[in-house]
Design a protein around this ligand. Structure first.
Ligand SMILES: Cc1cc2nc3c(=O)[nH]c(=O)nc-3n(C[C@H](O)[C@H](O)[C@H](O)COP(=O)(O)O)c2cc1C
Length: 365
């Protein structure tokens, strides 16, 4: 049997299912072009908006590491450490829509077989903001973008009517989808926040209102650590911090659980898995829980010597997935996508030590 890395996801053909997530690796034309040259199947652009953006006066992202000898988590340089997470408080793209448009057009013309998903964001609560969503959507589709990802998930916004601040509101999810769907006919992905007690309701509203896919997860709201000696936060401006987003390996399990929840509730719907992918094993785990597309951010940013776009990483991901498909005799990821779904059950259904317990049931491998 011949195996293939190509996948069809939300009606789009991906040469491989690995996509750079919306973040610094996709913040400009130069990086996106290099990413496609390196072999990524697609990119979700850094989120594009219409309002002015000014980032904090200090580092926007830190990389935290831990070690076997002293396993605390810190950005401090120490020998023999491994990656734990990224923490960031970066806002959306500070490049204007007008500057993005010719770049997106050139990228699509140069790499017609790679998928360009434009991440966009506007506000909520009035018709002017709905018009902003429509304007952004029409503009990016007009220059050839294959799909749109609605950013309803950024955990650190400078406005109350944007990002994760509105992701609890099913009416807003519906109204934004309605506005964007009235403007364009490409697939619309909706990126939700993992920090939402009613995630399933949000996903249901998004799918019902016409979302082709849910993208999960954005970073988890979190605080950076304080150093006991200096009493400084590991990232701060004038001694102050605010909630930012945790990404990377540290969020893998939590991201998987949320992807699994949505995938089991809506097994026929599409889901793009994000959060802690560093190689094939993490990607595999998202696929078995139902993801048909994989997005990567922190691991690509951390790769040294490649300008933070994961040149070695994409080669490894492709090689390792290829080898796995061959070894198992699978023609594509579709043959094992979702196989974990039926093995996630209620706690009461897990067999107990005592034979007399009657709440459990046997699971066959
Ligand atoms: C520095 C940085 C900037 C990010 N900017 C955006 C953004 O503009 N829009 C967005 O939807 N997600 C953004 N993200 C979130 C990532 O796309 C991704 O969802 C998250 O980092 C989890 O993936 P990871 O564990 O592979 O890093 C950003 C993440 C980081 C680290």
């Amino acid at each position: 049997m011949t195996s293939s890395l190509s996948t069809t996801f939300t009606g789009l053909n991906f040469v491989n299912p690995f996509v750079l997530a919306s973040a610094p690796p996709t913040e400009n034309k130069r990086k996106i072009m290099r990413a496609f040259e390196a072999g990524w199947g697609g990119v979700v652009t850094k989120t594009i908006g219409l309002h002015p953006v000014e980032n904090v006066a200090g580092p926007k992202t830190i990389y935290q590491r831990t070690s076997e000898t002293k396993p605390y988590v810190s950005r401090m340089k120490r020998p023999d450490t491994v990656s734990h997470s990224s923490w960031n408080w970066e806002l959306i793209s500070d490049q204007s829509l007008d500057l993005w448009l010719p770049d997106l057009e050139e990228i699509k013309t140069t790499y017609p077989d790679r998928m360009v998903i434009a991440s966009i964001m506007a506000g909520a609560g009035n018709e002017e903001e709905m018009e902003n969503w429509r304007k952004l959507a029409k503009a990016v589709v007009g220059v050839g973008c294959d799909a749109i990802e609605l950013n309803l998930s950024c955990p650190h916004m400078d406005r109350k009517d944007m990002g994760a601040n509105v992701a609890n509101d099913e009416e807003i999810i519906r109204s934004v989808l309605q506005a964007v769907k009235s403007a364009v006919s490409v697939p619309i992905w909706v990126k939700l926040t993992p920090a939402n007690s009613s995630l399933l309701d949000g996903a249901a509203a998004a799918y019902d209102a016409g979302a082709a896919s849910i993208s999960l997860c954005n970073t988890f709201p979190s605080l950076p650590l304080m150093d006991p000696e200096t009493l400084k936060f590991e990232v701060e401006v004038d001694g102050l911090v605010t909630s930012g987003g945790l990404g990377g390996l540290a969020i893998l399990h939590q991201a998987l659980q949320r992807v699994s929840d949505i995938s089991r509730a809506f097994p026929d719907k599409s889901i793009s898995g994000i959060g802690g992918i560093r190689g094939f094993r993490e990607a595999f785990n998202f696929i078995v829980h139902g993801a048909g597309n994989l997005q990567v951010c922190t691991a690509a940013m951390e790769e040294k010597g490649s300008g933070g776009i994961g040149v070695k990483l994409i080669q490894e991901l492709k090689d390792d997935l290829s080898a796995y498909l061959e070894q198992k005799g699978h023609s594509s990821i579709e043959e094992f996508r979702g196989i974990a779904r039926e093995r996630i059950v209620e706690h009461s259904q897990i067999r107990r030590k005592s034979d007399t317990y009657n709440g459990g049931f046997a699971i066959s491998a």
